[in-house]
Design a binder for this molecule. Structure first.
Ligand code: SF4
Ligand code: SF4
Length: 382
C-alpha cells in the first residue's frame, strides 16, 4: 500500500480508502473484509449518517480493537438540521453508532452551493465546530461536494476548511468542481479525498469502442485500474474512496494501490483517456466534455453542468437526473439561456449550445420540475 501525507496535519493516509456506503447484509462477511482491508494497509474509512446501517456496523467492527488503527470519516446530514441543537443531536447519535468519542474527518455532507453553507452558518455551525474541535471530538472539518465549479470556489473561500471531498474521475475531469476545483483547493493547501472514481460503475462496464482504446496500450490494466491510475497520477489527490464489497475487488484495488505513484502515467497513456472519453461521448446525448471554454455565461447558465445532467437522463433515468439537476444547478439552470450565442463560438466540440440547452430545458424542466424544485428548496431551507 502507498501512503500520502496530508499537507494540513501530516497524517499518512493510504491512497486507497474504504467507502462504506453499501455493506453486505452478512455482517460477518463485512467484518472479514474490513479486517482484511486494515491488514492490507487501508487506514481511511468513510461512512455517513444516512448510509443505511453503515455507521452502526462499522462502529461494532472497529470497536473490536481496530478503532485506533484507522482514520474514521463520517458526514453531517445538514438537510436534517433545522435548529442549532440538531447539530449535537445528530453528532452524538453518530458517536454512539460508531462507538467512538471522536471523528477524525468530519464532513458537511453534499454541499451544492454557497447558500446551503450560509444557512448552516446562520444556524450557528461556526461556534458548534469550534466547540467540537476544542473538545477534541472533531479532528478535521471538511465537506463533500456535488455542485458546479463556481459555487465550489465560493465555498472553499468561505471558511478555513481542513479538507474536502470531490466527485472526480477521468470522465468528470471538467464536470462539477472538476480539475480546476481540485487545483484551486490544492493551492489553498487542502488535502482532497476523491469519491466516485468509477462514476458509479460506468467506467468499469465500458462500451466496446472505449475498451478497445485501452487495449491498444502495452501496459494491461482493467478499466477500474485505468481509472484509479488516472487519479493517483495527480499529486493533489490524497486518497480515493472505493466501495469494495468482495474480497476479489479488495485484493485487486489494493494491488493497484501498491503501485500508486504520482506522475506514473506516460504522455501516450494520458492520451488514451481522451480517446476513451471521446468513445464514451458517442453514447451520450450531447458530446460535452465539460471543458468550460464556453463559460462564463452572462445569464449565469452553468452550461457544462446542464449538459452533464441532460446526459445523465440517458444512463440514470429521469427522476434521478432531474433531482440531481435541481440540486446542482440551483439558479444556473438551462432555461435561463436567452440564446445570445456568445458561448457557442468557444466550444471546441462545435456544440449548438442554445439549441441543446432548449432540449435540456424540455427534458429536465418540464412537469414536475417546478413543484419538485420548490419542495427541494423548502426542504433545504428548513
Ligand atoms: S447562448 Fe445561452 S448559454 Fe450561451 S452565453 Fe448566451 S445565454 Fe448563456
Ligand atoms: S465548451 Fe463545449 S464541450 Fe466545453 S463545456 Fe462548453 S459546451 Fe461543453
Amino acid at each position: 500500500m502507498q501512503y500520502r501525507r496530508n499537507p494540513k496535519n501530516g497524517d499518512m493516509i493510504s491512497v486507497l480508502a474504504f467507502g462504506c456506503m453499501r455493506f453486505k447484509r452478512d455482517e460477518k462477511e463485512t467484518e472479514r473484509q474490513i479486517i482484511k482491508a486494515i491488514e492490507m494497509g487501508i487506514n481511511y474509512f468513510d461512512t455517513a449518517y444516512i448510509y443505511p446501517g453503515s455507521e452502526a456496523t462499522l462502529g461494532r467492527i472497529l470497536s473490536k480493537g481496530y478503532r485506533e488503527k484507522v482514520k474514521l470519516a463520517t458526514k453531517l446530514p445538514h438537510y436534517l438540521v433545522k435548529k442549532k441543537e440538531d447539530f449535537d443531536k445528530l453528532f452524538l447519535t453518530q458517536l454512539e453508532r460508531l462507538k467512538t468519542d471522536y471523528i477524525d474527518y468530519y464532513l458537511i455532507h453534499m454541499l451544492t452551493n454557497l447558500e446551503v453553507w450560509q444557512r448552516l452558518v446562520s444556524l450557528g455551525i461556526l461556534d458548534w465546530i469550534k466547540e467540537k474541535k476544542e473538545k477534541g471530538q472533531i479532528k478535521n472539518i471538511g465537506f463533500s461536494y456535488h455542485g458546479g465549479q463556481q459555487e465550489f470556489i465560493k465555498i472553499i473561500d468561505a471558511y478555513d476548511w481542513e479538507f474536502c471531498m470531490l466527485q472526480y474521475n477521468y470522465y468528470d475531469e471538467y464536470n462539477q468542481a472538476g480539475k480546476n476545483g481540485l487545483l484551486y483547493a490544492a493551492e489553498k493547501g487542502l488535502p482532497i479525498m476523491i469519491m466516485e472514481p468509477l462514476r458509479g460503475g460506468k467506467l468499469v462496464n465500458l462500451p466496446k469502442e472505449a475498451l478497445s482504446v485501452f487495449e491498444e496500450s502495452k501496459e494491461k490494466h482493467t478499466p477500474a485500474e485505468w481509472s484509479f491510475r488516472w487519479l493517483w497520477n495527480q499529486p493533489q489527490v490524497l486518497t480515493v474512496l472505493s466501495g469494495m464489497n468482495s474480497q476479489e475487488m479488495l485484493a485487486a484495488n489494493a494491488a493497484s494501490a501498491s503501485k500508486a505513484e504520482a506522475g506514473i502515467l506516460t504522455p501516450a497513456e494520458l492520451d488514451l483517456y481522451g480517446r476513451v472519453k471521446e468513445a464514451l461521448n458517442k453514447s451520450f446525448l450531447v458530446p460535452c466534455t465539460g471543458c468550460s471554454y464556453c463559460m462564463p455565461c452572462p445569464q449565469g447558465v452553468d452550461i457544462p453542468l446542464c449538459f452533464s445532467s441532460y446526459n445523465e437522463t440517458a444512463t440514470s433515468g429521469k427522476l434521478h437526473s432531474r433531482l440531481n439537476y435541481i440540486l446542482r444547478t440551483s439558479g444556473h439552470n438551462a432555461s435561463k439561456c436567452v440564446g445570445c450565442g456568445l458561448c457557442e463560438k468557444h466550444c471546441p466540440q462545435s456544440i449548438a449550445i442554445p439549441k441543446e440547452l432548449k432540449k435540456t430545458t424540455a427534458s429536465l424542466e418540464s412537469f414536475p420540475y417546478k413543484p419538485m424544485s420548490a419542495l427541494v428548496k423548502r426542504f433545504m431551507r428548513q
